[in-house]
Design a protein around this ligand. Structure first.
Ligand code: ATP
Length: 287
């Protein structure tokens, strides 16, 4: 086997709480992560020539050693003393710098691919120990599905798949720096915290309405203030019949959760017509 093709799914946060800021600057979080049906496609091929070559259909992405795919492959090659090289072709479909872990999920795919191409037989835990060196979301991306994420994102509890739902996901054309959002979060001034434990119970019960009721993200306090369009998009999704709507991660992507496919489809069309950004998706949860 010289070549492997993998799909790397994006994630949303059904709930996101920040508990504290650690001495080292990292934040302790408590989040519910959920894979969704927006994915990049990556093909990895072993080459005799050493080094990593990356080719992408998205010219805005770095194709050099700074890309998370290259960093993941270099790390695994160095850790296990692997010989030869790897060429990668990336079809980018996940919105970039959008709060959907696009880079982290590509890095996770690279770790899975190298494990298979070199017959390393790594366990999920071994892959996650490598992944956390690349980014806090990579350990989750290696498992995917529905999960509770704690610590700085590295303490993971797999949850049963969330009940089926339709999602309208839209990325407005504004850019957000994750670092700056966390830095500007006024933790002590937060009036309320999301009920993440209640959401986990709702997931275990398969209760979509219970999940929707508890959708909250404390980072909205920072990002919506800077980009009111995010609040407008949430309101638009609610008016279009969503059970609830929320910003994912540090934003700016917004998603609405719908019970019925027909309502979701209409909302998706309406959002596109309204001109809320070029990237509007109709999709669902992925287990
Ligand atoms: P998160 O939800 O984990 O905060 P994000 O969705 O906000 O992630 P990414 O799409 O991962 O953000 O992109 C963040 C930055 O990482 C971008 O500025 C991009 O240039 C860089 N990057 C490096 N490698 C990749 C990759 N393979 N895919 C996307 N972005 C990458």
């Amino acid at each position: 086997m010289d070549s492997v093709t993998l799909k790397a799914n994006a994630k949303i946060n059904l709930g996101l709480d920040v508990l504290s800021r650690r001495q080292d600057g990292y934040h302790e979080v408590k989040m519910v992560m959920q894979s969704v049906g927006i994915s990049d496609t990556l093909t990895f091929t072993r080459t005799e020539e050493p080094g990593i070559r990356l080719e992408s259909d998205d010219r805005t992405l770095p194709a050099d050693g700074s890309n998370l795919i290259s960093r993941a492959l270099s790390l695994i090659q160095a850790t296990y003393g692997l010989e030869g090289g790897i060429s990668v072709s990336l079809q980018k479909r996940i919105p970039i710098a959008a709060g959907m872990a696009g880079g982290s999920t590509d890095a996770a795919a690279a770790i899975h691919a190298a494990d298979r191409l070199y017959h390393l037989g790594l366990s999920l835990e071994e892959k996650q120990a490598l992944g956390v060196k690349l980014g806090a979301d990579v350990p989750y991306c290696l498992m995917g599905g529905t999960a509770l994420s704690e610590g700085i994102g590295e303490i993971l509890t797999a949850l049963p798949p969330a009940p089926p739902a339709c999602l309208v996901i839209a990325r407005p054309p504004v850019s957000v720096s994750t670092k700056s959002v966390y830095e500007n979060l006024r933790l002590r001034e937060l009036e309320r915290h999301p009920d993440i434990d209640g959401m986990v119970e709702s997931i275990r019960r398969g209760d979509l309405k219970g999940i929707a009721q508890r959708m909250e993200n404390v980072l909205e306090t920072v990002t919506i203030q800077r980009h009111p369009v995010i609040g407008q998009m949430k309101a638009f999704l609610m008016e279009a019949g969503a059970l609830n709507a929320l910003m994912s991660g540090s934003g700016p992507t917004v998603f609405g959760v719908f019970e019925e496919e027909r309502t979701a489809r209409e909302a998706w069309l309406a959002m596109r017509e309204r001109g809320f950004g070029a990237q509007v998706f109709l999709t669902g949860f992925v287990a």
